[in-house]
Design a protein around this ligand. Structure first.
Ligand code: SAM
Ligand code: SF4
Length: 334
């Protein structure tokens, strides 16, 4: 048995998030500029390289893989990769294979994902109003996403909706979204907007809607019971006594969750980010391409994990996006 991955702060690394493309069919205002420059194809790990990379992590004790992007389902032949990863589910080495998607392609892929062993999917959706949806995603169409959500549920996938809380945008839909999810048996997680990237003049601070406020509004109508569920990430969960629905709160700016962090993030070019809030990364593409011997890659992964920082450093306290990251969420996959 090879020793599992443990960082200098005794945190076992069991969760890998993998961005399989930087491209997307949407241009959400908080995530991308309208005219994004995408990476040339040769920079990207091929699907075979992604397989080797993820398989090596699984060999080192990663038990959960989340596929993200950009939009993972716009990567050509991505189902080949999902099918390849299912062998690790079958062997028992991998406990969960999942993805975060904008939902636009789910009407095509929901059944194939289920067949590859995916059982849960996170779908990002900030509004149920068609015009507002077009405004926030710039290029997206709500009916197509709703069709995808239907397909996912029909295929047997458990759906969780991720909603970015945006001041002056979806505050008025808090209960509409919550009711809609409850009716469909879907859990709902709210995300505080993070200061990522330079999006060409968008006023990110102005868009910030504190989840503390959001939770207080929910609590006026429902009884929220905190549940001890911990995923090793920034999410905290509560159950609505009246509906049984789980509501998640991801507050990376106001909560310190670093002590239980169990995850690292791989970009589509093979950079490993040890912390979402820090610029430090390790290039794994070079060792991967340098030798067909997985031991070289393994050593590079261990060296990277030994550099995982203790915590991150966002600060909104002075209404200035201090600690603001220069890379986009679509680069590290959120
Ligand atoms: N395209 C897929 C999607 O939208 O679900 C996966 C990638 S996307 C970068 C992952 C998640 O990051 C989405 O839920 C999105 O809403 C969230 N996200 C993007 N930019 C963000 C920001 N600046 N602050 C908070 N969440 C953000
Ligand atoms: Fe695309 Fe997801 Fe970013 Fe929206 S949040 S632009 S869907 S990657």
């Amino acid at each position: 048995m090879t020793a599992p991955l443990v960082d200098p702060f005794q945190r076992a690394i069991s969760y890998l998030r993998v961005s399989v493309t930087d491209r997307c069919d949407f241009r959400c205002v908080y995530c991308m500029a309208e005219n994004m420059q995408f990476l040339p194809k040769k920079e990207l790990l091929t699907l075979e390289e992604l397989d080797r990379m993820c398989s090596t992590f699984v060999g080192l004790g990663v038990r959960k893989l989340r596929i993200t992007g950009g939009e993972p389902l716009v990567r050509r032949d991505i189902m080949t990769f999902f099918r390849a990863m299912s062998r690790h589910l079958e062997s028992g080495a991998l406990h969960e294979l999942t993805l975060t998607t904008n939902g636009s392609q789910l009407f095509r892929f929901a059944d194939d994902l289920y067949a590859a062993g995916v059982r849960r999917v996170n779908i990002s959706l900030d509004t149920l109003d068609e015009a507002k949806f077009a405004r926030v995603t710039r290029w997206g169409r709500l009916p197509q996403v709703l069709k995808g959500i239907d397909a996912a549920q029909r295929a047997g996938l458990r759906v969780k909706i991720n909603t970015v809380a945006l001041k002056g945008f979806n505050e008025d839909e808090l209960f509409t979204l919550q009711d809609w999810c409850a009716e469909r048996g879907m859990d709902l997680t709210f995300i505080e907007v993070m200061p990522m990237g330079d999006l060409g003049g968008e006023d990110r601070v102005g868009q910030f809607w504190s989840l503390k406020d959001l939770r207080a509004q929910l609590a006026q109508r429902f009884t929220l019971e905190d549940i001890p569920k911990r995923t090793g990430g920034p999410a905290r969960y509560a159950r609505m006594a009246e509906t049984g629905q789980e509501i998640g709160f991801i507050t990376p700016l106001t909560h310190n969750f670093c002590e239980s962090c169990n995850r690292v993030r791989l970009t589509c070019t093979g950079e490993l980010y040890m912390c979402l809030g820090q610029e430090d990364m390790a290039d794994l593409r070079t060792p991967l391409r340098a030798s067909p011997d997985d031991a070289v890659l393994e050593n590079a992964i261990r060296a990277a994990i030994s550099l995982k920082p203790k915590g991150h450093d966002f600060d909104y306290s002075r209404q200035i996006a201090d600690g603001q990251m220069t890379r986009h969420m679509s680069h590290t996959g959120g």
